[in-house]
Design a protein around this ligand. Structure first.
Ligand code: SAM
Length: 405
């Protein structure tokens, strides 16, 4: 842990407070024993003419609020950040100061986002924005899709889906500042393999609330009966900017697209979706891989791992790891900053990984990125991987890559 970065960030917090510029602090990336805790938001509120810091502990299904005197509150933030939370976001009218504790590297501060870009933010009325970000259980589309009842209660068996919807929106919200969509530009979003559209509706609703420009959201799904259902719900619930179409990921031609989503698309369909998004110019890619079948039969365990990988379950996990690590490395080669993170808590499903990629703004060392992909593939003896194929990237050094799709 870099004490300097933490000290500097806490200094920014104090300065923002003293200057009356503190809009909100968010502590995210929990490492807490309580797995239901997602994040803590902290903002100044006036109670009986006294300004205090209001801490809201956001759990999967409830919020817990604590109001503290400023000194006590700042001491608590000092204690929590770095120890129990990996990210701290300080929001002021000037932007966001992000304190980040990457794994195995020293803490660092990044200053993000001018106020005119979309996302969590620096605009006034942050309290209202907090409300805007949550998808209320009572929204009609959640009822029409059978997640919640008319009184806003979540149907039995749909709790995990409800949590997943909120987690997805929360992750989108954190990614948006990096993607830097200008507030008034038209935004095109494609959700490939969208199923019953829970997350397509959630994305559409979220962007509707935070984005100033025109929205065009397209859900692509191979099962026509689901397409019929989701188009009906979209019409009933007044989502004019959202439409669903029947088709496969591999065969769909995407027009220019800004955000590509593909959650739990089977096997190499995730790769097809990523390649489609890259070819369509997407600045933000969000995928949650499902099953992996292509890499496992090719995997030649490096000698030091051979004994461990004679166990089928470990071999499968290693193949999953190699597949997703190759995807992330290929995305870096294609000009994106890739991140791999936990989507939902592993007790709900083992398919809990999310890969996100944001287009890099400037030049980058493509040769070095290509080398990293090939070294990883060679280490495990992998000759073919669908995303590499779709991007025209040869995993074997003899034939150099052709294009980034
Ligand atoms: C596990 S569901 C996930 C649905 C949604 N993305 C979510 O996470 O809630 C996968 C969906 O993708 C669809 N699907 C699978 N392969 C597909 C393909 N190649 N092209 C289009 N849709 C596909 C399936 O019919 C199914 O509805």
């Amino acid at each position: 842990m870099s004490l300097d970065a933490k000290k500097d960030w806490l200094g920014f917090v104090q300065h923002a407070w003293q200057a009356g510029e503190l809009i909100r602090i968010t502590l995210a990336g929990p490492r807490t024993p309580d797995k239901s805790l997602r994040q803590v938001t902290i903002r100044p509120v006036t109670i009986r003419e006294r300004v205090v810091l209001s801490f809201v502990y956001r759990h999967d299904t409830k919020d817990v609020t604590k109001n503290l005197d400023p000194d006590e509150g700042f001491a608590l933030i000092d204690d929590l950040i770095g120890r129990l939370f990996a990210h701290g976001y300080l929001q002021t009218p000037k932007g966001v100061a992000h304190l980040d504790y990457p794994s195995h590297r020293p803490a660092r501060i990044r200053h993000e986002r001018p106020p005119e870009t979309v996302g969590a933010g620096a605009e006034p009325g942050a309290h209202d924005r907090t409300k805007q970000r949550r998808i209320e259980a009572s929204v009609p589309w959640l009822q029409a899709l059978g997640v919640t009842a008319a009184n806003g209660s979540v149907f039995r068996g749909m709790e995990a889906k409800f949590r997943q919807i909120h987690r997805f929106v929360e992750l989108l919200d954190h990614l948006l500042p990096d993607a830097k969509f200008a507030a008034a530009e038209p935004l095109r979003i494609a959700d490939m393999g969208c199923g019953k559209g829970y997350l397509t509706f959630a994305a559409c609703e979220h962007f509707r609330r935070i984005h100033g420009g025109a929205l065009h959201v397209l859900g692509i799904e191979s099962r026509p009966e689901l397409v019929e259902l989701t188009n009906r719900v979209a019409n009933q619930c007044g989502f004019n900017e959202l439409r669903f179409t029947a088709g496969t990921i591999a065969e769909t031609e995407l027009d220019r697209t800004d955000v590509l989503i593909a959650l739990h698309a089977c096997d190499t369909a995730t790769d097809d979706a990523l390649a489609k998004g890259i070819a369509a110019g997407a600045r933000l890619l969000v995928v949650a891989p499902c099953c992996h079948k292509q890499v496992r039969p090719q995997l030649v365990p490096p000698p030091v791992l051979a004994d461990g990988l004679r166990h089928g379950i470990l071999l499968q996990r290693e193949a999953d790891f190699v597949t997703d690590a190759l995807r992330a490395a290929l995305l870096e080669w294609a000009g994106y900053s890739a991140q791999v993170m936990e989507f939902i808590a592993p007790e709900h499903t083992s398919k809990n990984l999310m890969i996100t990629a944001v287009k890099k703004p400037g030049r980058y060392d493509r040769e070095a990125a290509a080398r990293r992909v090939r070294e990883l593939a060679a280490f495990y003896g992998i000759r073919e991987q669908q995303l590499a194929t779709r991007l025209g990237f040869s995993l074997t050094p003899a034939a150099p890559e052709t294009s980034a799709a």
